[in-house]
Design a protein around this ligand. Structure first.
Ligand SMILES: Nc1ncnc2c1ncn2[C@@H]1O[C@H](COP(=O)(O)OP(=O)(O)OP(=O)(O)O)[C@@H](O)[C@H]1O
Ligand SMILES: [Mg+2]
Length: 264
């Protein structure tokens, strides 16, 4: 059965899409079949980081014009990207029915993949919270800034209060050192523990890196090539932590629901 992992943050621009794409690369290298659902409807851009250009979007599968196999855009290493589309104003806000349909559409590819990574839009909208709630695991990207702490906290609070999600893996991005990243996690965890009944787990860090910045400009994920660069090693380590994290078993609509209902 395929597993689903949502990459979220609350705050925008902290590196969700970059982390989604690079985790896809390293998890695929571990021998698993991976796909990306870019759930940032209307502003999807994970395909840009992978250097590919989808011709069709989820909206076309929702309207029945295209099948999911036509929506999947083949990316690097055989990772397919299912894009929410960019510049498509009409799908910026998915209503509840369309969200439900989108999650069910992914069932069509379940037997083709082992891991689905969901690039969740910034903010604490119903869309974002619902996609996290539908996934087996939640990864929250944090950077060492008060605004990121505040938005990540608000997002986790919304997920917990609205959907009873309890397990979150925190990945510190743009960190200057492992020690600094762990310090950020400890501070954030202390705040969350004080006010919320959630379990946060440290998933490691990704260094602040000019090479990562350049890989974005070049539209080629840093992990696309085999290497022992510290950035690549960091993504491999985070991938292991994420795959190993405890699962959420919320009630309600879930990705790849078969066999999952009634667990939570
Ligand atoms: N570890 C890193 N080191 C240096 N730059 C980084 C790192 N991670 C991300 N960036 C830069 O940060 C910017 C934002 O990254 P990204 O688009 O992945 O963020 P996001 O959270 O998906 O944003 P949005 O909320 O707009 O979807 C990019 O320009 C990228 O180059
Ligand atoms: Mg993004």
């Amino acid at each position: 059965m395929a597993t689903s992992i949502a990459i979220c943050s609350g705050k925008g621009g902290v590196g969700k899409s970059n982390i989604t794409v690079n985790l896809a690369m390293v998890i695929q290298s571990m021998g698993k079949r991976v796909a990306i659902l870019d759930a940032d409807f209307g502003m999807a851009n994970s395909h840009i980081l992978m250097g590919i250009n989808p011709e069709h979007y989820i909206s076309e599968a929702l309207s029945g014009e295209k099948s999911m196999s036509e929506i999947g855009c083949p990316g690097l290493k055989g990772v397919n990207v299912y894009s929410g589309g960019s510049g498509l104003l009409e799908v910026l806000n998915l209503d509840k029915t369309k969200r439900f349909q989108t999650i069910r559409l992914m069932d069509e590819i379940e037997d083709q993949i082992d891991v689905l990574l969901i690039d969740v839009p910034a903010g604490a909208s119903d869309n974002s919270v619902s996609f996290v709630s539908a996934a087996d695991r939640a990864v929250v990207v944090l950077v060492g800034e008060p605004t990121s702490f505040l938005d990540a906290y608000s997002f986790i609070k919304a997920c917990h209060l609205e959907m009873k999600i309890t397990n979150f893996t925190i990945v510190v991005n743009m960190a200057n050192s492992a020690a600094e990243a762990k310090k950020h996690f400890d501070r954030f965890n202390a705040i969350a523990m004080q006010f919320l009944d959630v379990r946060l787990r440290f998933g490691g860090h990704i260094p602040m890196s000019q090479r990562i910045r350049k890989s974005v400009i070049d539209r080629k994920p840093i992990t696309a090539r085999k290497s022992d660069l510290p950035e690549v090693v960091a993504f491999q380590s985070v991938a292991k932590q994420v795959l190993d994290a405890p699962m959420n078993t919320t009630n309600g609509i879930r990705f790849f629901q078969q066999g999952k209902s009634g667990e939570g």
